[in-house]
Each structure stands twice: as C-alpha cells, then as structure tokens.
Ligand binder design. Structure first.
Ligand code: ASP
Length: 408
C-alpha cells in the first residue's frame, strides 16, 4: 500500500517537472497558434477534467465528514473548545505570516532599484471590505441546498455542525442515519483515492498550460519581488510551521512534510485551497493520525479562512508597491497592513486568483495606488500556485496541533 502511494507521489512529481519543461519548450519554440491549439484540444480539457473531478467531492465530503465528525465528538464542550482554539490559531498564524513577510520585504527591499513604474491608467479589479456583522449573519444559510449548490463553505459548515449535534441529541433514533452518512463518507474517501490515480495527467496539463502562456520571461523585471515572496513562504513553512509542529504538535516536521507533500503538489497545481480539501482531509485522517472530528472541522474551515500564503503575498506586495512609489510606511501603517491583510486573507475565497483581488483592500487602507496590482499581476499566476501550497499546509499543521492537544 505504502509503496503504491509512494510511487503515485513520485509520478506526480515527475509529471510536474515534465509539465514545466514542456511548458518552457512550447513557450520558447512553438507559435502562439500552436500553443493555443495544444491548450484548447489537450491541456485544458485534461486539466479541467482533473480539477472538476476533485471539486466534485468537496461539498459532499465536507458535509458528510463534518456531520460524522461532530456527531462523534458528542460533547458540545469539546466542540466549542476545538472551535475557539482553531480560530485563534488561524488568526494568530496569519498575522505572524504577514509580519514575517513585511520584515523580509523591508530587509530585501524588492521595490528599490527597479525601473518599474506604476501606470495609473490601468484598471484593476478591486474589493471593498465587507461589513463585519454581515459576515457573521451570512454564515447562517437560509437554504442549505442553495449553500451546497453555491459551494458556500461557511454556510455548509454551520449547517453540518448543527445537523451533527442534533443527530447526537436524538440519540438512538439517529444511529441508522449516522451509519449511513459515515458509509457515504467512506465511499467519498475511496473516490478521492481513485481520482488521485489520474493526478499525474492532471498536474502535467495544469502546470504546462500555465508555463506555456506565461513563459518565464515575465519574471525577470519582477524577480526581486518574486523571490521575496518565495523566501517568505519558505520561512513560514520551515520556521513557523516547523516550530508549531514540533512544540505544539509534538511531531517531527520532516515526518509531517514527507506525508503531506503530495497534498501540497495538488494545491500547487490547482491553485485552489477549496479543491484541495478532499485530498487534505484524507491525508490528515489516514496518514497524520488526526481524528475525523478534528480534521473535518479544521480543514474546510482553514481552506475558507486561513490563508497564510496569501497574507504573505499581500504583505510583500504592499511593501513592494510602497517602495516603488517612494512612500515609507510608518509603524502605525504597517500595523494597519497586518490587520487588514489578516481580514483580507480571511475573506479570500480558496480559488485561483482571489488573493490578488483582496490585495486592493489592503492597499486602499494605507493609501497606496491600487494600480500597482496591475504590475505584479504578470507573476501572480505562479505565485498563486506557491502560496496555495502554503495555505493548505497551514491548515494541516493546525489540524495536527489541535489533534495533539485533544490527545490524539
Ligand atoms: N489561490 C489561493 C487559494 O485557493 C487564494 C489566493 O488567491 O491567494 O488558497
């Protein structure tokens, strides 16, 4: 079993490397017409099929596994404790991530010495901060089916928790139903294993399509910005997650990453925390030893509100743009960035490209030109892949920490 899994993981890596290489070759040597043809007839359909297949499981899996998870906790106090700890942990690590990113950016100074200029004429998509109370109100679905159809994760989570709690409250009468839901859950987990067999093909298609059109030439003028984000992401993964795993989770970080990296690859190639929920859930439960009651809560919630990688990009981008326009942010303004970027990353949906739109909120908050986003947009596709891998790792680290603290 282990061997087969290992070889699948190895196949995914090979597919990733091959995809990058093919993308570079196509970008350099093939005409745009040929590349568009390859993308339209081969890469897009294959990549989309893989993406759709894993997304297909997100809603039913979150629903079933959270209902089973909550029902198996049984004790409302534990549920509240896990909930509060998870939310505090998520907010704290996100704030830490932005602070770290801004510190790194202030040392490297990616925006100094580049001859890039911000074109104020360029139009970019912007986001306005939601009214905080609306966020709480909207967590309660008026129609659970609609929430599932829309894939509104927070609403689904609220419904599933309440449903799971009430199954326990009706006692014996609910046993058959609970059995049924947990059997459906088993089937869904099996479906992930089956779908993941096609991951090498999907990963190859997704990555080669990005590189084919993006090329690596776009990176050059923004190389310093790009590298600063990557360095901060690596520091977050190694230092913050490494320490959390060791100190709070009692787990050897190397062991953790050995088991978790295939999930990071899926996050990397799909650029979507939401799409990665099923694989991440499976890995946390089956390989990292977290119980369903913890993982089924922390993973979907994390995919929705915990985006450390996104926060890092927002922190570096803010410093980068401020340096480009020659503005020195005061300590007070930097604290504002930490606060808004924490909120912005909570509000970022776990889908490709969402983080860059939310960046506008942070920039507006400290009076920096939103047009700066247009400048970094060209490298954001690649950074999105990397930060999504960190986003989902943050969720899994939290899961391990909470599971450990709950004695698992
Ligand atoms: N793609 C990221 C995610 O799904 C969100 C972002 O754009 O930063 O986690």
């Amino acid at each position: 079993m282990n061997n087969r899994k290992l070889s699948l993981a190895a196949k995914i890596v090979i597919a990733l490397v091959a995809g990058v290489m093919f993308g570079i070759i196509a970008n350099l040597f093939f005409s745009t017409g040929i590349n568009e043809g390859i993308s339209k007839w081969i890469l897009s359909p294959l990549g989309d099929m893989f993406l759709r297949a894993i997304k297909m499981l997100v809603v039913p899996l979150v629903l079933c596994s959270l209902i089973c998870g909550v029902a198996s906790i049984g004790d409302i106090k534990k549920l509240g404790r896990v909930g509060v700890k998870t939310i505090i942990y998520y907010v704290f690590t996100t704030a830490l991530a932005i602070s770290l990113a801004m510190a790194v950016a202030n040392v490297i100074k990616p925006g100094i010495g580049t001859n890039l200029s911000i074109q104020t004429a360029e139009k970019v998509e912007t986001a306005t901060p939601p009214f905080i109370m609306d966020m709480f109100v909207n967590m309660i679905p008026t129609n659970p089916i609609e929430a599932m159809v829309k894939g509104d994760m927070l609403q689904i989570i609220v419904f599933a928790i309440l449903f799971g709690m009430c199954i326990t409250l009706i006692g014996k009468k609910g046993e058959t139903l609970l059995d049924m839901i947990s059997q459906i859950n088993e089937v869904l987990l099996k479906m992930i294993t089956v779908i993941m067999l096609t991951a090498p093909v999907g990963v190859f298609a997704l990555i080669s399509k990005v590189i084919m059109f993006q090329g690596i030439g776009a990176l050059l003028p923004l190389l310093k910005y790009f590298m600063t984000v990557i360095l901060s992401l690596i520091l977050q993964a190694l230092i913050v997650y490494g320490t959390a795993l060791k100190v709070l989770g009692g787990l050897n970080p190397i062991k953790f990453f050995k088991k978790f990296w295939p999930v990071m690859l899926v996050a990397f190639s799909t650029s979507s925390s939401n799409a990665t929920i099923p694989v991440s859930l499976e890995t946390c439960e089956e390989k990292l030893g977290a119980s369903r009651s913890v993982a089924s809560f922390t993973i979907p919630l994390g995919a929705t509100i915990n985006m450390d990688g996104t926060a890092i990009m927002q922190g570096v981008a803010t410093i980068f743009i401020s340096q480009l326009v020659g503005v020195n942010l005061t300590i007070h303004e930097m604290l504002m960035v930490v606060l808004t970027a924490t909120l912005a990353s909570i509000g970022t949906a776990g889908v490709p490209g969402a983080g860059i739109v939310m960046l506008s909120m942070v920039l507006q908050q400290v009076g920096l030109p939103v047009e700066g986003i247009a400048l970094i947009l060209s490298v954001d596709r690649l950074l999105d892949m990397l930060r999504t891998a960190v986003n989902v790792t943050g969720d899994a680290v939290c899961t391990t920490v909470i599971a450990r603290q709950e004695g698992e």
